[in-house]
Design a protein around this ligand. Structure first.
Ligand code: ADP
Length: 682
């Protein structure tokens, strides 16, 4: 199929638009899904971050509570002015229970050491000189505390342990008053590492790390997990104490933060995959549907082209008899347009007015569904728009839809006017042919007739001559009158003349009868009647050729239904052919045998069989092949029409004509004719 550039352009545009829409949709869905995955990841990260911040805040508040409690415990050491020994015992006890404290000193108002206690867990080599120096952290804290008259912390510092290691420490200075006067200081030393271990560790999870840092990020003390996972979350919280501020920092690593951080993201991803799958399936389905649509359109176009190019008229009617469809061939057949025909029900415009009643009845019967239309169709007459009538062959069938329901009637129409004309022509020529053959038969008869008539005529003439002689012979007894014994002879001669004349008259009459009877109608006749009609003529020829004619009719045969004249001609033809086949000097004993009986076989039980048998020359195979061809003859004076006409006549009666060799010589021609079945009422 060749497509114009316009169609191509339109198709291309349509395809382009469809594809761009699909691409846009796919892009949108993919970006939406990516955003969702990203948001889910971010949400999860923020959850982790929030939890971490909360943990950090909790840890800071834990530390603060513990420091406040320690402060109270430290203050309690001095309750009720204890002696030095009692203080040391209490301080040692306190250090045992509070592991974050590593050392407690009791100093006088000038910051000189009065006594101290050390943590049993972490022996540290303290340099007393440095500790009591004015620039030491403890001194700075105490100066601060004195000024504020409240506890004060120092900033952290590194305290070497002597074994090459060390740890970050922080001092707390608590001013002691006695009677409103400055009585001394209590200096407590915190190990930052131990603060973390004792106050924060119990709340840490395995993936968390806690540390104290300086403002610039330098770590002072660290506690917790080594690095795990790939993504780190960090939270910082300030721990502001009087005199100093610490920063608590917590880090956590997320174990699998890459593609599926958690169930939510996994869920979203799974949904995305499902969505993409559904989309792919949809795209496929859509493509399949498009293909199906295209196929359907092609099939429809093909069907339409087929219907339009048909020469058979098509018409569909619904169950109410309304016309629901007509094809162009039907429209051109009747000369009405489809618009004029569609929806018509009561009487179609192509029905001839004189036949409307009959057709309406036929339609009513059809629509009632009781009568199934004949498969081979039926003939009817339609009228063109210009009023001319034409014969149509209608083939009707019920219209069954895809659900198997009977929804109406479908009819096909063939305009058979041309066929009719040809049939009429061939019928006329057939008739002419038959008439010719008949005349030919009569022509042949004429010579036989003359031969046959010669005998009675000769006899009559000789009898007449004899009579004259007898009458003219002079009588010796009575003067001039014929002798009485002569008169007796003359009477006898006259009787012979009358008999011969009667015989000649019979011969002429039989020929006359044969030629004159032209009525075509079929009638009921007996086989004997048929034989009687042809025998006189057959015997004429038989006598000339020296043939003996035997006839036998089975007794009790029913009547036959046939065109009498035609069948007589068939019988006569066969008899004549048979006798001609025996016209051979080598055949001294010539018999023509005509038998009539009921057809033997079952399927021909309603038939009567005629057999014409001769003992003639027989039929050679090359002759047999062309026997029924018109104008085929082996005789010089033959027409070659006899057998072909015989077969036509017999077949017109529904019968069968054939031949077979006859043993020991000769041929049997047989044909069948239907038995007359009287109608019940007649
Ligand atoms: P026609 O008698 O004018 O020749 P037919 O159609 O009757 O035409 O016969 C055609 C030919 O068939 C004959 O010429 C003859 O050769 C052959 N034929 C017909 N009947 C017989 C028969 N009984 N025996 C032998 N030949 C026959």
């Amino acid at each position: 199929m060749k497509l114009g550039p316009r169609t191509l352009l339109r198709r291309w545009r349509g395809a382009w638009r469809r594809w761009s829409l699909w691409t846009l949709l796919v892009l949108l869905v993919i970006s939406m899904l990516a955003t969702m995955v990203w948001l889910a990841g971010r949400y999860e990260a923020s959850q982790v971050q929030t939890r971490l911040e909360r943990d950090t805040a909790d840890a800071v508040s834990d530390i603060r509570v513990a420091l406040t409690r320690n402060l109270q415990s430290l203050q309690a050491l001095h309750a009720g002015d204890p002696g030095q020994l009692a203080w040391e015992v209490d301080a040692a006890e306190l250090l045992r229970s509070r592991r974050e404290l590593v050392r407690i000193e009791w100093r006088d108002a000038n910051l000189r050491m009065r006594t101290h206690a050390q943590s049993p867990y972490r022996p540290v080599a303290w340099d007393a000189r440095i500790r009591e120096g004015h620039q030491s952290d403890a001194a700075i804290a105490c100066t601060n505390a004195r000024r504020l008259s409240s506890p004060s912390y120092s900033s952290s510092y590194f305290q070497p342990h002597g074994d090459g290691l060390g740890s970050e420490m922080m001092e707390l200075c608590l001013p002691l008053t006695s009677g409103g006067r400055q009585a001394g200081f209590l200096v407590a030393t915190y190990s930052l590492q131990d603060v973390l271990i004792n106050l924060v560790a119990h709340n840490l999870t395995r993936s968390q790390e806690a540390s104290f840092t300086e403002a610039d990020g330098t770590r002072l003390a660290v506690l917790g997990a080594a690095r795990r996972g790939s993504r780190m979350f960090t939270a910082q919280h300030l721990l502001d104490l009087p005199g100093t501020t610490l920063v608590l920092r917590m880090d956590t690593w997320h174990s699998a933060p890459s593609l599926f951080p958690n169930v939510l993201t996994a869920l979203v991803t799974a949904m995305s995959i499902a969505l993409v799958t559904v989309m792919v399936v949809l795209v496929r389905d859509n493509r399949r549907r498009l293909r199906a649509e295209r196929d359907l359109a092609d099939a429809l176009a093909f069907r339409k082209a087929m219907e339009d190019s048909l020469v058979t008229g098509l018409r569909a009617r619904d169950l109410e008899g309304r016309i629901t469809y007509v094809n162009p061939a039907f429209c051109s057949m009747v000369g009405f347009t489809a618009q004029e025909l569609l929806g018509q029900s009561a009487s179609a415009p192509y029905w001839p007015p004189e036949l409307v009643d009959e057709y309406r009845q036929r339609q009513a019967i059809r629509l009632s569904g009781h009568h199934v239309p004949p498969r081979e169709g039926f003939e009817s007459v339609f009228m063109r728009k210009d009023g001319t009538r034409f014969p149509v062959l209608i083939i009707e069938a019920p219209l069954i839809n895809a659900q198997g329901q009977h929804t109406g009637w479908m009819s096909a129409f063939l305009d058979i006017s041309e066929q009719r004309r040809v049939e009429e022509l061939s019928r006329a020529s057939q008739e002419r042919l038959q008439a010719t053959a008949r005349l030919a038969t009569v022509g042949e008869m004429a010579s036989l007739l003359s031969h046959e008539l010669n005998q009675p005529l000769a006899a009559i003439s000789s009898y007449a001559t004899g009579s004259m002689n007898l009458l003219e012979a002079p009588a010796e007894t009575a003067g001039g009158m014929p002798a009485p014994e002569n008169l007796q002879d003359v009477r006898m001669a006259m009787q012979q003349i009358a008999r011969q004349a009667e015989r000649a008259g019979k011969v002429i009459k039989s020929v006359h009868d044969f030629v004159r009877r032209r009525d075509q109608a079929r009638e009921a006749v007996s086989a004997q009647q048929l034989l009687d009609a042809i025998l006189p003529l057959a015997i004429l020829q038989a006598r000339k050729l020296g043939v003996r004619v035997n006839t036998s009719v089975e007794p009790g045969l029913p009547l036959l239904l046939c065109d009498r004249t035609m069948v007589e001609q068939v019988l006569l033809n066969l008899a004549r052919n048979a006798m001609q086949a025996m016209d051979d000097p080598e055949i001294p004993y010539r018999v023509l045998d005509i038998r009539v009986r009921r057809a033997a076989s079952n399927q021909h039980s309603g038939w009567i069989e005629f057999a014409v048998t001769d003992v003639g020359t027989g039929i050679a195979p090359d002759v047999a092949a062309r026997l029924f061809t018109p104008f085929f003859t082996t005789r010089a004076e033959g027409m070659g029409l006899g057998l072909s006409l015989c077969r036509t006549v017999i077949e017109q009666h529904g019968g069968f004509l054939g031949f077979a060799p006859h043993e020991p010589r000769g041929t049997v021609f047989t044909f069948t004719l239907p038995i007359f079945q009287p109608a019940p009422h007649s």
